[in-house]
Design a protein. Structure first.
Length: 319
């Protein structure tokens, strides 16, 4: 049927709601039913559940199988790969520093095939190990199969380690993944720096780990000569570990990089029926100033935004 009047949504007793309202009420068996209360007060049960009705959320922190909730005809996937480990290096007689591991790749995709959604295998990317006189380990890939298509969030690459005379240790870089998704990005790890020489007093800082929407990267560690500090682990899900610092350069005991954090998958499930309440109308992305003009018929929006990053500090010494 075609509805022209503006509609409201409500829940509870059908006799207690206003006209021109879509009502959700549970029957005696506990099953939610949908009704339309017309302008004359009459009630008509709607077959099926309205489009966009939220059915539930499944969260995966370990591998397994995604089995959609009955009636699911649209899903929104958010996923992140395992974070890379921070780097570290050990060289006898030389001070060293490590770079941070990259965050796991973040991927977001809405799948709406118009029929009941099918699921499949789920794999969660493992955390990348912290480097022990080595480049940090690469985080594992996170994958899920939806409607016969495999979606992948790559793991973060590990940070490297470097001697004092190299000046800097590279952080783990982002990886590429060819696939059709709505959002895909990956934050690299920061480089570790060194200032001084092997015997004189110096100061250095390890690279911090890359951050994901579900977890921060491990914080950088800072040391002067005579100190040895392990990197910090990635936080939450998908965060990269920070690099380690070895400022003693003597005995065979040395710092190691921080481990990354394992991946994650969140699947939000939606139903579909005859009345298009909550139907996804579109996405507007702004990378410059302007005016947001809602699409005709928009009654609810979800806003995600970030401010500009701060500039790095400068320094120098007059000769």
């Amino acid at each position: 049927m075609t509805l022209i009047l503006p509609l409201l949504e409500s829940a509870g007793d059908p006799a207690a709601v206003a006209n021109n309202t879509i009502l959700y009420a549970k029957d005696v068996s506990g099953v939610t039913q949908a009704f339309f209360r017309a302008s004359d007060g009459s009630l008509t049960q709607i077959s099926g559940v309205p489009t966009g009705t939220f059915l539930g959320r499944q969260i995966f922190t370990a591998g397994g199988t995604y089995t959609p909730t009955a009636g699911t005809k649209m899903v929104r996937i958010r996923m992140v790969g395992g974070g890379g480990g921070g780097g570290a290096k050990y060289t006898v007689g030389v001070s060293t520093v490590g770079g941070g591991g990259a965050a796991g790749m973040y991927v977001e995709k809405a799948v709406s095939p118009g029929v009941v959604v099918t699921g499949g295998a789920v794999a969660i990317g493992a955390a990348g190990a912290g480097g022990n006189n080595a480049t940090g380990g690469t985080g594992g890939d996170t994958t899920i199969v939806i409607q016969g298509t495999t979606y992948t969030a790559k793991g973060g690459l590990g940070g490297t380690g470097a001697d004092y005379n190299v000046s800097a240790a590279d952080g783990g870089a982002g990886q590429s993944q060819a696939q059709t998704v709505d959002i895909q990005y990956q934050e690299p790890g920061a480089f570790g720096f060194y200032y001084g020489n092997a015997s004189a007093a110096f100061a250095n800082g390890s690279g911090r780990g890359g951050g994901s929407p579900f977890g921060n990267g491990g914080a950088s560690v800072v040391a002067s000569s005579g100190l040895r500090i392990n990197g910090n682990p990635g936080q939450g899900f998908g965060g990269g570990g920070s690099g380690g610092i070895d400022g003693i350069a003597a005995a065979d005991v040395h710092a190691i990089g921080g481990a990354g954090a394992a991946g994650l998958i969140i699947v939000d499930e939606y139903a579909q029926g005859e009345i298009p309440t909550g139907t996804f109308l579109g996405r507007q992305i702004f990378t410059a100033g302007g005016t947001y003009t809602p699409t005709v018929g928009t009654r609810r929006v979800r806003v995600r935004m970030a401010g500009g990053g701060g500039g790095g500090g400068g320094g120098g010494t007059d000769s």
